[in-house]
Design a protein around this ligand. Structure first.
Ligand code: NAD
Length: 480
């Protein structure tokens, strides 16, 4: 017999302990080789004054086992309590959020009977890094940071997930017709990595039409990989139209540690009544088994679960007026069907050749040549006219061996040759490049800022302009 794999288990709050007991019972009866290590996180811990809800022993266990199966947690009312999920996700580098969204038609009524897709959402970057600044009275900024390594690992994860879970296609959603650098990088990396997986079909959509198709014809999709914000929205659309929010599991995966859970909350209204549906957590546990290299047990449990609901054994939340069973009876019904397959719903197959560890990217670690090409200086101004600013900036440029190339307001070019109709805020981006025969240096940029200050202009920040391997690596202004 294989050695049992230690896993960290948090039984959670509300219905958590009931659905965890049911889930672990099914896993044990199915022969999953796991050794649970129980930890206390959540409400009780918050109420001891620990604002994260996670005591040191829980971190120690998680870092030892590298896998957490977590029942839902109640976040106490009132301020000061940090989201436990966000804390674990950020502290442990769980960069991939994986959410299967499946229709169980005709058992669970649904407009999209053939829907069976998985959203792989990047979890750490994009607009969610939370770097925001107010720059002028009129204008605030939120930085969207996308990295090549971050894009590589989420996209590779999506393709590896597709292989392990017997899926045939990966679709990328981006808006690179507008965000040519950030979304463009994600799309470029998608093209590179998809070439390494010739057995899996790859396609991409601009996110707006992609989301519209997802809402209208979800059966077209198999695995979707996308940036943090789009993935957040797509996950909710997909879970909602699948009609199975209460049945879905979710995984948060990092290079070293992974967390598996249900997507629903702790349902305090039905806690202790023995009627909660354990299916969401069970689906989280099935994903965990595939992740830790036990796909046979995952497949056995998943097919028994499908057979159970197909046979009309349902908990109250989905029984819709039909006779309902309680949490324990439902779990026992799944156990009774271990080894059986559904006949109306499609049975699942998990790949038997599962690699325990995600492979690191094999692409050589190439560092491109970087050249400084000029700078964008951002100004706050709500008094001077465009021509007055331009006159000062032209002087500052000349005195620091630069050319004043152009000025934009909220990204729209207003100088030279702007339109009087353009709406103006108090936030100006002014582009400078070295004058003929000069090469840009940081010293020249410092001199430029000194000259701008002596013209009594109020600069807020600068963004240097670079070329990478000779290629322009900054956006041109609209109208430039
Ligand atoms: P909820 O998902 O707990 O409940 C919404 C409704 O769905 C309730 O009527 C509930 O009875 C029902 N429901 C949920 N899960 C069910 C199940 N397995 N079986 C049968 N019925 C089920 O959402 P909520 O009421 O907004 O939140 C309750 C608590 O859960 C809050 O403290 C919230 O912060 C927390 N929460 C935790 C997580 C998590 O730990 N991942 C996620 C969401 C919410």
């Amino acid at each position: 017999m294989a050695e049992k794999r230690p896993i960290t288990v948090a039984t959670g709050d509300g219905i958590g302990p009931e659905i965890m007991e049911a889930t672990l019972n099914i896993l044990e009866q199915a022969g999953a080789e796991i050794e649970p290590e129980f930890i206390d996180v959540g409400e009780k811990v918050y109420l001891t004054g620990n604002s994260t809800g996670i005591p040191q022993e829980a971190w120690d266990s998680l870092r030892r086992t590298k896998v957490l199966l977590k029942a839902p947690i109640t976040t106490p009312q009132g301020g000061g309590y940090k989201s436990l999920n966000v804390t674990i996700r950020t502290a442990m580098g769980l960069y991939a959020n994986v959410r299967p969204c499946v229709s169980y038609h005709p058992v669970v009524e649904n407009k999209h009977p053939d829907m069976d897709l998985v959203i792989v959402r990047e979890n750490e970057e994009d607009l969610y890094s939370g770097i925001e600044h107010q720059q002028t009275p009129d204008v605030v900024q939120s930085l969207k940071l996308i990295s090549r390594p971050g894009s590589e690992r989420i996209i590779r994860h999506a393709f590896e997930y597709a292989r392990k879970n017997n899926r045939k296609k990966v679709t990328c959603l981006v808006k690179d017709n507008i965000m040519k650098l950030s979304d463009g990088l994600f799309h470029q990396v998608f093209k590179e990595i998809s070439a390494e997986y010739p057995d899996i079909e790859a396609n991409s959509y601009i996110v707006d039409i992609g989301m519209a198709r997802l809402a209208d014809s979800p059966e077209e999709f198999d695995v979707i990989v996308t940036l943090n914000l789009y993935g957040d929205i797509a996950s909710d659309i997909a879970a909602q139209i699948a009609g199975s929010v209460g049945l879905a599991g979710s995984a948060n995966i990092g290079d070293q540690i992974a967390m598996f859970e249900a997507i629903h909350g702790s349902a305090p209204d039905i806690a202790g009544k023995g009627i909660a549906n354990p299916s969401g957590l069970l689906h989280g546990a099935i994903m965990m088994l595939v992740h830790i290299g036990q796909p046979e047990a995952a497949e056995k449990i998943h097919n028994a679960w499908l057979k159970t609901i197909e046979d009309g054994v349902l908990t109250g939340d989905i029984a819709k007026g039909k006779d309902a069973v309680g949490t324990k009876e439902f779990a026992n019904a799944v156990v009774d069907r271990l080894g059986q397959s559904p006949s109306v719903l499609a049975p699942v197959v998990y790949s038997k050749e599962v690699e325990e560890k995600q492979e690191e990217t094999t692409r050589p670690n190439y560092v491109p040549e970087r050249e400084l090409d000029g700078t964008d200086v951002f100004l706050f101004n709500n008094t001077l006219t465009i021509d007055e600013i331009a006159e000062k900036l032209t002087r500052a440029a000349e005195a620091s061996h630069h050319e004043f190339v152009m000025m934009t307001n909220r990204g729209v070019k207003v100088y030279p040759n702007g339109f009087s109709e353009t709406f103006l805020s108090d936030h100006w981006r002014c582009r400078f490049q070295p004058s003929e025969g000069k090469t840009e240096t940081q010293g020249m940029i410092r001199e430029l800022l000194t000259q701008i200050e002596s013209e009594e202009l109020d600069w807020i920040k600068i963004e240097n302009l670079y070329r990478f391997d000779g290629k322009i690596a900054y956006s041109l202004a609209q109208g430039q």
